[in-house]
Design a protein around this ligand. Structure first.
Ligand SMILES: Nc1nc2c(ncn2[C@@H]2O[C@@H]3COP(=O)(O)O[C@H]4[C@@H](O)[C@H](n5cnc6c(=O)[nH]c(N)nc65)O[C@@H]4COP(=O)(O)O[C@H]3[C@H]2O)c(=O)[nH]1
Length: 841
């Protein structure tokens, strides 16, 4: 049935075509009747024709009544109920009209033309007024109050109809004189009769006008078809205004048109009450089917015993294979025992409360175990209970959940506990140690120069190294210990019931294990670690304190030369407190005028001034002079170096420009230290250009000093940046040269102007043969690459002599002067005659 219906066109299309066809043929029929009527004599068999047509009309009217009346409970459209009841009335009135027709045996009282016309008009007005009501009232369901109210409405309507029909029949049978005359024998229809027919036509026209409002709206009813029925009724009425004999062609045509109009009306009622619900049902069925097809779960319809009434199987992840489990098989018998029990439980639950969600079934499939989650709802309750059950394969979801839980507690790279798990485990360990009054050791381990490995060899190598480090240390860890990665190259080991001696022993063991080279891809990688140790209860009683103190101790191990371990001490605590104090004091140092730039002369080996190095000084009102070696790293780590470094740059450049204006040689340079953060900061080029422009200092008089470690960081970007700086015209020097690992080829790419030999090599240059060889190699390399060399930290004339002999071109150190405030620097330069004679002002 639904398929048959789906083959039908939409009601809109059907009605438009039907209406046009019907109206065209009815109109043609009208013309035909009009033209042929004078030539067609009244039919001698008219009574039979009349009976036939009226019977048809009564049958159709009864059908209209039947479909509307019987389906009212489903559609609850009051309009349809009104039409239905009215057409019951029409059927009865037409029946009375047929039986009262002249020529028929007397129907209760003697028959006659007027008696027949009276019943006729009653039927027509009933139909017309009912349809007017329908066109006027809105089309919507009566109410949602249930069957009781529905029955009451039907009864009311039916009663109303009989209240109208019964008195009308009584009048037409026994008091016909109360009704105006409608037909005069020999003359034909009276004006009243014709006017009455026009009245019916007027009501129909009014209905059409009212219906036209709904043409563009979506109403429940097929408005076009209804309008068509009304037009057919109008044509029928027109014919009835024209007849002069009850047996002529007009009369016959009018009856025929009436039957056709009622047939169209019946179709409207049929579509609305029977076809439309089926169509909606079909639509719902298709929709449901599409939804089922889209469901990635296996869907079962089961009876009360668990037998499969129907199964929808998705392409993947089915609970049971439908090929092995034909329809009608009992699901509970097909499933493994434990899964069947759970399934049974879900069905019971659904039977009791209407639904069941969340029962899980574990099914072994070869090597794998899959997990299914059931959702069951009860379709029918009672003796014929049936269920709809969805079995969703949640194996992947469970795996993902497990993975997420794993990631929440373990480090994805090394599979070691992460910070979260570490914290909870250590808390437990601390409680146990406290109870048993035992010690606990926290080891904070940081790999030395790990950043360089990441930068030079790439992150994949760095990651592989971290994994290997973890793997090497893992066998040293006991069950009660916690070995975790905190992020980056930092690891923490927590060892309950271990004393200081044991902790030191483990630290040494770890360091000796790391001493062995690591093979990563094709690289043989050497790494070491600095380890800080904090002990419970002496160094703290909480996880955070112990970890922080162990970290402070680790920094001390780094300061002391790396690849060693250090225990946390109170002195370190004080140091760390001082770091915090300095960090906060430094924030206001610039605005409070506590910072000053000192200048240290840089000379050629024959004693002429070639430049000055700007060195920052901080005099704190309470703490006194604080060494740059102490506060510069703090400024770097707290991010203040950018602000402070810019100020140094501007002050030093402005100073050198003033000195140049005061007669210093035009090539005198101002060397300014650039820290890593400054060098890597966005906008360095713009800043330098701006400083030069503001101060007026020629670019070649500014020399930027980068330490070798800065130059080594991310070599490719450093080379690029140095090129950009060279384009600006500024000079570049590599500070502390010899302490890093610059290769000759890398140095060549850097294209700096000057190498600054680190003072650690200068210090023992007269005593230590290896320092001499290093310095000689640096000078030789610089010469080879066309770079100048300057030695810093020259304190004695022997050192100067040695450096001169080795070919070093420039020197700087306490032998000539300590760093001085600008005025003292100038006085010194002039006092000692460090400027060429021509420059002396
Ligand atoms: N023993 C000895 N030392 C000598 C001798 N001649 C000079 N010095 C010291 O050696 C350091 C040379 O500066 P540096 O290597 O750039 O090392 C500097 C530099 O890295 C950093 N620094 C200083 N000022 C600034 C600055 O404005 N910006 C940045 N980024 N770093 C700065 O702080 C470090 C330390 O600066 P200072 O304490 O001023 O220490 C200076 C200087 O006073 C000598 O004959 N013997």
């Amino acid at each position: 049935m639904p398929d048959e219906i789906s083959r039908l066109n939409s009601p809109q299309q059907t009605s438009t075509r039907l209406i046009l066809l019907l109206l065209a043929s009815l109109f043609a029929g009208l013309l035909l009747i009009e033209l042929s009527s004078p030539h067609v004599p009244p039919s001698p068999h008219y009574l039979s024709w009349h009976q036939l047509l009226e019977t048809l009309s009564i049958v159709v009217s009864t059908l209209i009544f039947a479909v509307g009346w019987n389906t009212y409970r489903l559609h609850r459209q009051r309009n349809i109920l009104v039409v239905s009841c009215a057409f019951l009335g029409v059927a009865i009135a037409d029946f009375s009209h047929m039986l009262s027709y002249r020529g028929m045996p007397d129907f209760i009282t003697p028959n006659g033309i007027e008696k027949g016309i009276n019943f006729w008009l009653l039927a027509r007005y009933l139909a017309a007024l009912a349809l007017l009501l329908v066109a006027w009232l809105p089309w919507r369901p009566a109410d949602k109050d249930g069957a009781a109210n529905t029955g009451a409405w039907r009864l009311l309507c039916m009663l109303g109809m009989f209240l109208l029909l019964v008195p009308a029949h009584i009048i037409f049978f026994w008091f016909p004189q109360w009704v105006p005359q409608t037909f005069i024998e020999g003359q034909g229809l009276t004006a009243f009769k014709v006017a009455s027919e026009y009245g019916v036509i007027a009501i129909h026209l009014l209905s059409i006008a009212l219906l036209a409002r709904h043409l563009r709206r979506r109403t429940g009813v097929d408005v076009r078809l209804l309008m068509g029925a009304l037009l057919a009724m109008i044509m029928s009425e027109l014919l009835f205004t024209r007849y002069s004999s009850v047996t002529d062609l007009y009369n016959l045509g009018g009856h025929l048109y009436k039957v056709m109009a009622y047939l169209v009306l019946y179709r409207v009622m049929f579509v609305e009450t029977i076809y439309a619900p089926y169509r909606a049902l079909d639509k719902t069925r298709k929709h449901t089917q599409a939804v089922i097809e889209a469901i990635p779960d296996q869907l079962f319809e089961l009876d009360g015993q668990g037998r499969c009434l129907s199964v929808h199987t998705p392409p993947q992840g089915a609970l049971i294979d439908p090929r092995n489990s034909p329809p009608g098989c009992n699901l509970l018998e097909v499933l493994p025992a434990e899964a069947a029990d759970n399934c049974q439980r879900a069905l019971e639950e659904a039977r009791l409360q209407g639904f069941s969600i969340g029962q899980q079934l574990l099914i072994s499939q070869g090597e794998q175990t899959r997990c299914y989650e059931l959702s069951v709802s009860t379709l029918h309750q009672g003796p014929n209970t049936s269920f709809v059950m969805l079995a969703r394969d949640i194996s992947q979801r469970l795996r993902d959940q497990q993975h997420i839980e794993y990631l929440a507690h373990f480090d994805a790279l090394t599979s070691l506990p992460n910070r979260t798990l570490f914290a909870s485990r250590v808390e437990q360990a601390l409680i146990l140690c406290e109870r048993s009054q035992q010690t606990l050791a926290v080891l904070f381990m940081d790999l030395d120069h790990f950043k360089n490995i990441n930068d030079l060899l790439g992150h994949p190598v760095g990651d592989a190294l971290l994994v290997e480090v973890a793997r090497r240390i893992q066998p040293l860890i006991r069950d009660e210990d916690t070995f975790s990665r905190q992020g980056g190259d930092e690891f923490i080991l927590v060892l309950p019931y271990v004393d200081a001696q044991g902790a030191a022993h483990l630290a040494r063991h770890i360091q000796s294990l790391l001493d062995q080279p690591f093979r990563i891809d094709t690289h043989n990688q050497q790494i070491s670690a600095s380890i800080g140790i904090a002990m419970f209860p002496e160094d703290g009683s909480t996880v955070e304190t112990l970890a922080r103190h162990a970290e402070i101790a680790m920094y001390r191990a780094k300061q002391d030369g790396r690849n060693q371990h250090a225990f946390f001490t109170q002195e370190m605590q004080a140091q760390s407190a001082r770091t915090l104090q300095l960090e906060s004091a430094l924030r206001n140092a610039l605005s409070q005028g506590e910072l000053e730039v000192y200048y240290q002369p840089q000379l050629s080996v024959d004693g002429q001034l070639v430049g000055a190095e700007a060195l920052l000084r901080w005099k704190h009102p309470e703490l006194g002079f604080i060494s740059p070696a102490e506060f510069i790293p703090i400024a770097e780590s707290s991010g203040q170096i950018l602000r402070i470094g810019e100020w140094v740059l501007r002050t030093a450049c402005a100073q050198m420009q003033r000195w140049l204006e005061a007669g210093y040689p035009a090539h005198t340079t101002m060397a300014v230290n650039l820290s890593m953060a400054q060098f890597r900061a966005q906008g360095l080029l713009k800043l330098i250009a701006d400083v030069l422009q503001q101060s007026g200092l020629p670019a070649h008089c500014l020399e930027l000093e980068l330490t070798e470690s800065v130059a080594m960081h991310k070599p490719a970007s450093v080379v690029q940046m140095i090129r950009e700086l060279r384009k600006l015209g500024v000079r570049l020097a590599i500070d502390d040269f010899g302490t890093g690992y610059s290769s000759l080829s890398y140095l060549k790419q850097l294209e700096v102007h000057k190498l600054k030999i680190d003072q650690s090599f200068v210090h023992d240059i007269n005593r230590d043969g290896s320092d001499q060889r290093i310095v000689q190699a640096i000078i030789g390399m610089a010469h080879g690459l066309g770079m100048l060399t300057i030695a810093e930290g020259v304190e004695t004339s022997e050192q100067l002599q040695q450096l001169t002999l080795m070919g070093c071109q420039e020197v700087q150190g306490y032998l000539f002067s300590r760093p001085l405030p600008a005025a003292e620097f100038d006085a010194l330069v002039r006092g000692k005659g460090l400027l060429p004679m021509t420059s002396q002002a």
